[in-house]
Design a binder for this molecule. Sequence first.
Ligand SMILES: [Zn+2]
Length: 317
Amino acid sequence: MIIRIFLLVILMLPFSPGDMESKFPTGNAAGKNDRPKISFTFDDGNTDDMPGYAFRDWNAMLLQHLEKEGVKAIFFVTGRNKTDEKGQFLLSSWNDAGHAIANHTFSHPNYNSDKISFEDFREEFLKTDTIIRRYGNYVKLFRFPYLKEGNTAEKISRFRACMQENGYRNGYVTIDASDWAINARLQKKLKQQPDAPLAAYRQFYLDHLYDRAMYYEGLSQQINGRHISHTILLHHNLAAALFLGDLITMFREKGWDVVPAKEAFDDPVYQNQPTNIPAGESLIWALAKQSGKFENILRYPAEDEMYEKEKMDRLGL
Ligand SMILES: [Zn+2]
């Protein structure tokens, strides 16, 4: 009898479920969960010409990168410059290329400011909703300008209720960065020197965004214990028009899966509603803050030009 049990145990050992999984990853799910996931979102929507590039040209360059890489994004737009001919063209060009159009207020106010009330902020939100809702790929996601979600408990809870009443969800960012600051330096340079070499700007853009992605992925692993579907915040600007193809390629080469941005928001992590006051920043930053376990590594604001200034100065960017 003892020998039989012993034999049985020996026979069963190699077939424990854990062993099966590590040796023979089954199905797509196991393989996919092993890799970090990123999706791309673009904010604001600029209709200006850039140094050396007319508006329609640089916008087309950005869209071509997405098309070539087979990536579907979400475009979070302000309404104020979308009602004229250029603005309407911009929204149509993204909508018709299969990207989602979402709400980023009318005039980009900072909801953490005492100068803006809940009522004013609601007007901002509703006004842009009327501009974007006629587009076929309109989605009810709202992104707070500067990722500032309110500076008092009352403002925070009233706007959350307002989004819910209107069928909207928070268009959270998990990977925040300062691509806009790099873009500002790049434009300044091209204004002064139209044929300036761009390799150093490109490299800084790639390095910075990868550094921020790894930071938020590392923090997210500690909080969520898994690879979530990230949403990276980029802006609709010349830097993206020039370097987005390289950026997507870099993430893929480093082992990340690129997922459609609309699909990323199905990840349950986006159901969270952190309780911090003031509210906002990256969702991962906010969850880390709420946990009280990461005080030593959380800076405020989470991202800003001031953190990159010295590095860019040193590189002569
Ligand atoms: Zn914005």
